[in-house]
Design a protein around this ligand. Structure first.
Ligand code: THU
Length: 129
């Protein structure tokens, strides 16, 4: 899949978002080393802390289907700024893919790319195991 196609999938997933509290839809699409792609959206809850982000929805779908070898993830929001992942999602990605590329989109469909290690310097990982 091309980068553009991955970004389009993330953008499309904003339509699936359940975000009646924040009114801030987010879509994500993660690509694995074998080329498979898993998508997700944010899913909020009346008990606010029980909601989850689009990235973790996509990553959890992948892990639960036996995929852990993530290469890149596109994250789409409608904000002027690029939609960067929250701290919990950064840590969640660190567990499986410390070298993942994170493609963050803004509401205009423009993107900025980061290495996860840039977004989470000195991140805690499982090398102590
Ligand atoms: N959100 C995501 O899904 N991913 C991000 O990268 C940033 C924030 C969601 C969480 C919540 O449902 C809404 O956006 C507002 O914070």
């Amino acid at each position: 899949m091309t980068e553009r196609e991955l970004c389009q999938k993330a953008i499309g997933m904003m339509d699936m978002a359940y975000c009646p509290y924040s009114h801030f839809p987010v879509g994500a699409a993660v690509e694995c080393s074998d080329g498979s792609v898993f998508t997700g959206c944010n899913i909020e809850n009346a008990a606010y802390g029980a909601g989850t982000c689009a990235e973790r929805t996509a990553l959890s779908k992948a892990v639960s289907e036996g995929h852990r070898d993530f290469v890149r993830i596109a994250i789409a929001g409608k904000s002027d700024d690029f939609c960067v992942p929250c701290g919990i999602c950064r840590q969640f990605m660190m567990e499986f893919a410390p070298d993942i590329e994170v493609i963050c989109l803004n509401g205009k469909g423009e993107n900025r790319k980061f290495a996860l290690r840039e977004l989470l310097p000195y991140g805690f990982d499982n090398t102590w195991l």
